[in-house]
Ligand binder design. Sequence first.
Ligand SMILES: [Zn+2]
Ligand SMILES: [Zn+2]
Length: 350
Amino acid sequence: MSELRLDPTTREWVIMAPERLKRPQQTLKKVPTEGLPERDEACPFCPGNEDQTPEAVFVIPSSDRYSEWDVRVVPNRFAALTMDENNLPVREGPLNRGMPGLGVHEVIIDNPSHNTTIAMMSYQQVENLLAAYQQRYNTLKKEQHLKSITIFKNHGRESGTSLAHPHSQLIATPIITPYYHRRFDVAVDYYSDVGNCLYCDILNEELKNKERIVTKTEDFVVFHPYASRSSYETWIIPRAHYSSFGLFPEGQRSGLAVLLKDILLCLYRGLNDPAYNLMIDTSVTTDEENPYYHWHIRIVPRLSMIAGFEMGSGIYINTMLPEDSAKSLRDTAQSLPDSECLSLKQKDIS
Ligand SMILES: [Zn+2]
Ligand SMILES: [Zn+2]
């Protein structure tokens, strides 16, 4: 059973989940995704091995003969948080605050193929994946005690993933996550000072400035943030102000799928299948419509390791200006065959 503990020195929560040590760990070698077999007998996420995971909570069916599903969502067998009632005490006291680790931890199996990744999937498959993300988000937000829902994806050895099969994860917590807390406080301060959504202002400023824009469409802007913490950190942000990923309109999903696939394919081609983390930043479920926060996707390639200085100081060192990485991504897109990354080939950006 897991437990949430509050660090009295930072007031940030930590999940203690010793169960997770038991999860299967593949020794991931640095091979490009395309070099893996299409199906791996030993992989619990491959079609035919469905009995090795808990029963699915959501499935997008497939008409393919080779797999009955296109996206499959299952509870994580080695969950960091679970809905099981347990007898852990609610710890009180200024130095020992804690609570039982009640929450939800799900695995979203992105695709039946073992050797694919969003960069290689069809636009329709990426759209299905986004639909699964949103379906789970909107289902779980109805649970009263769940406050933050974090959807994320770890790709490649350096990202912290333990299995090669393409998958994403969802963790819903009974506390508001520190990452969100900090950004929300900053956004509220900005709103009281200026009277606008901070993120709406950032995206308008980036469009004016142009230097850090990777591409733009009618509904989205893709850019490398001014103070990116790591090289090629990429944000996809909707132009329209929606605080929550749950409220993002279905009609814009196919356009988002095109951008997401094209950006990840461009990174795959340009940086030779880099490890990355992808996160959906969204408002908490108890405050889905507000004028301060603005949901977006963050993609952070793992090109360097977080080391002592970052851990000791909280300051990140980025060795590439976002102006240069945005240009490099636009140039990579131009150099690709006509059939690839069309949404990134606009010439009028800079
Ligand atoms: Zn597999
Ligand atoms: Zn906004």
